[in-house]
Design a protein around this ligand. Structure first.
Ligand SMILES: C[S@@+](CC[C@H](N)C(=O)[O-])C[C@H]1O[C@@H](n2cnc3c(N)ncnc32)[C@H](O)[C@@H]1O
Ligand SMILES: [Zn+2]
Length: 384
């Protein structure tokens, strides 16, 4: 972390602005290890390997150590028992059986994100360079999505130079980060877990470990915020959106991508009987060569219908809301099919948009406050 970042920060616990550094160790010109102390409430936040961790106490405890180990073992056992359950049963049982372990809900959300990230890495290793890896892990969909995002950005605003942008939940999408950096912006990558940030930090990217529902930045800090595939992890979504609105400058922009609950595969999934779906899951695991579930949703994830997201954005003070489809094909399709499907989708949007995989909302914060108010809406219209 560079010293200059401290000027943008507030304490996520009490919103206090008086923060000071203790026990600071530098590596080259950056703060590598230190403690950020809030002079107002005396909470402290560690800087670990150059990454400030501005989470609450329970979340900080869950990030490493015994809490994580014990919890991970518990979930591993549950996984083994219900490996072939359908998604809703899996989420319900996981929530029920991990819910009574004395960890706060905030910490539990964080632990699930860690599990998703680690499971994905394990799956990648198990699959190795089998053909299935091309289908399941190295998806072309992210680049396709980002191509459309950047075309859209150029249509509405290409003045990103020297602006401050917050990228929430980068995950493993380095494509987006490097393309944003090429535009000469000041980018901060923020995630609730350390794992994806450690990789980004090792490439000298400015990172912040924090929760979107309690952002450690002062009001009106950013010109734009990107939340790609994150909001459905952070229910109730109004809390996350209000925080995004708070840290945006007036006229600042938010870009949100989310999965369409009615995308093609989900629609098909509703029609196929459970026993057949279980059989397909078994075959897929055998083909990939893994004994664990391939798709492991967190019980805290809940996809968001477009209308619900739009209404939540209005309620939290955004207007000029515009919707755009960014990817038509579901991720589980082979790359060649993804290419054809997406091309067809963009050619015939009326037919393909309702069942497209990913949609994007763009909104502008045009008021200083984020109290619920009536806002002007470009009623779900596509930008040509
Ligand atoms: C599905 S991944 C999306 C990754 C990438 N942006 C993409 O589009 O593929 C969700 C990311 O959001 C992060 N995340 C989940 N809940 C969060 C929260 N409450 N605050 C900040 N980040 C969160 C996860 O750790 C993960 O990296
Ligand atoms: Zn404080």
């Amino acid at each position: 972390m560079f010293d200059s970042l401290l000027d943008l920060l507030i304490c996520p616990g009490c919103q206090g602005r008086k923060l000071k550094l203790n026990q600071t160790e530098y590596q080259q010109e950056e703060i590598w290890k230190a403690e950020i102390l809030c002079e107002n409430c005396s909470r402290s936040y560690p800087i670990i390997d150059g990454i400030p961790c501005m989470l609450n106490r329970e979340q900080l405890d869950a990030q490493q150590g015994d809490v994580l180990q014990e919890w991970a073992q518990k979930v591993k056992d549950i996984d083994k028992d219900i490996v072939d359950a359908d998604m809703d049963t899996y989420k319900h049982l996981c929530r029920k059986r991990t819910g009574s372990n004395g960890v706060s809900e905030d910490a539990e959300r964080l632990l699930w994100e860690k599990k998703l990230f680690i499971d994905n890495q394990v799956l990648k290793e198990e699959i190795g360079d089998k053909l299935a890896a091309k289908w399941m892990v190295e998806k072309k969909n992210l680049q396709v999505r980002n191509n459309h995002v950047f075309r859209f950005l150029d249509e509405i605003d290409n003045q990103f130079e020297q602006k401050w942008i917050l990228n929430v939940g980068p995950g493993v999408d380095e494509d987006l980060i490097s393309r944003l950096e090429l535009k000469g912006i000041n980018l901060i990558n923020l995630d609730i877990i350390l794992e994806p940030l450690i990789n980004l930090r090792s490439k000298s990217r400015e990172c912040m470990c924090a929760d979107i529902k309690s952002l450690p930045f002062d009001n009106g800090t950013f010109d734009a915020v990107f939340c790609f595939h994150v909001i459905h992890h952070a229910h109730p979504i109004e809390q996350a959106l209000s925080e995004v609105g708070r840290v945006l400058k007036t006229n600042g922009k938010v870009f949100i991508t989310e999965i369409n609950p009615n995308h093609f595969v989900s629609f098909q999934g509703k029609l196929i009987p459970r026993a057949i779906k279980r059989f397909i899951r078994k075959c897929a695991r055998k083909h990939v060569g893994t004994n664990s579930r391939i798709y492991k949703p967190s019980p805290f994830e809940e996809v968001i219908p477009r209308k619900v997201l739009m209404n939540a954005m209005i309620k939290t003070g955004f207007d000029n809301i515009t919707r755009k489809t960014v990817v038509h094909a579901p991720q589980c399709f082979p790359d060649a099919v993804i290419s054809i499907w997406n091309k067809m989708g963009f050619k015939f949007p009326t037919v393909f948009d309702p069942i497209a995989f990913e949609y994007m909302f763009f909104g502008k914060k045009s008021r200083a406050e984020t109290q619920p108010q009536k806002a002007e809406v470009n009623n779900g219209q596509e930008l040509k």
